[in-house]
Design a protein around this ligand. Structure first.
Ligand code: ADE
Length: 231
């Protein structure tokens, strides 16, 4: 898989790419590249943003800047790019990132992530260059970088070989093998601490009863979440 992140703050990703599971992915089949919009701006003084027409607070990432950064990187009119690969603009109002969308993105051969700062994107960037708008939640971050890292983290751990034990991603929260329910509780040693005992069934070695107990706990958690993780 190939992931290109377009940002004004490529150094934000230093920490992310230094983490072991990300390094492992990058040592394997994943290529991760950062592109600084500022390196490709056609404007003088490294300008990349501007004030909104009609007034209002904050600055917007300019469409001509994004156009020239995408064009320089892919040697292609960016309007054509989204027919070839997912071009994702990170915005607070986009499609909410959930397990289904993560699976969808993990199956792609290539992703382009666009991160805006300030008040966000000139709308023409989303309209003409992006194939998707993705949000990690209904709150506003100071930019798309953290959201891009969240998305990459969730996608990378779905790729084959990313986790030590492949079954640990198959039966995790919200996966189809749990019917979209949150994951059941886990316990490890000691079996008792300050009088808090691990449920006896988990110590029984009885695989069927353990599986049933786990299904029931998952369902209970789904119901506590208001049913939106289930049904
Ligand atoms: N950019 C700013 N806030 C965001 C959010 N909640 N999700 C994705 N991108 C964002």
């Amino acid at each position: 898989m190939e992931i290109d992140v377009f940002t004004l703050f490529p150094e934000w990703f230093d920490w992310f790419t230094a983490q072991r599971h990300v390094r492992n992915a990058l040592a394997g089949k994943v290529r991760f590249e950062r592109v600084n919009f500022r390196d490709h701006t056609p404007l003088s003084g490294g300008q990349v943003d501007d004030t909104p027409f009609g007034g209002g607070a904050g600055m917007l990432l300019r469409v001509d800047v994004v156009d020239s950064a995408l064009r320089a990187h892919y040697q292609l009119d960016p309007v054509e790019l989204r027919a070839q690969r997912r071009v994702i603009a990170l915005t607070p109002g986009g499609r909410l990132l959930d397990d289904e969308l993560v699976d969808e993105l993990a199956a792609e051969p290539a992703l382009t992530l666009l991160c805006a700062r300030y008040e966000g994107f000139d709308e023409r960037i989303i309209e003409h260059f992006a194939s998707d708008e993705v949000s990690i939640g209904r709150y506003v971050l100071s930019g798309g970088e953290l959201a891009a890292m969240v998305l990459c983290d969730a996608v990378l751990r779905k790729l084959p070989g990313a986790l030590g034990d492949a079954s640990s991603s198959a039966e995790e929260s919200f996966s189809s093998s749990l019917g979209g329910d949150p994951e059941y509780p886990h316990y490890t040693r000691p079996a008792e601490h300050r009088g808090w005992r691990v449920p006896e069934v988990l110590l029984s070695g009885h695989h069927e009863r353990i599986a049933q107990w786990r299904r029931e706990r998952s369902r209970e958690r789904a119901q506590r979440l208001g049913g939106d993780a289930a049904d």
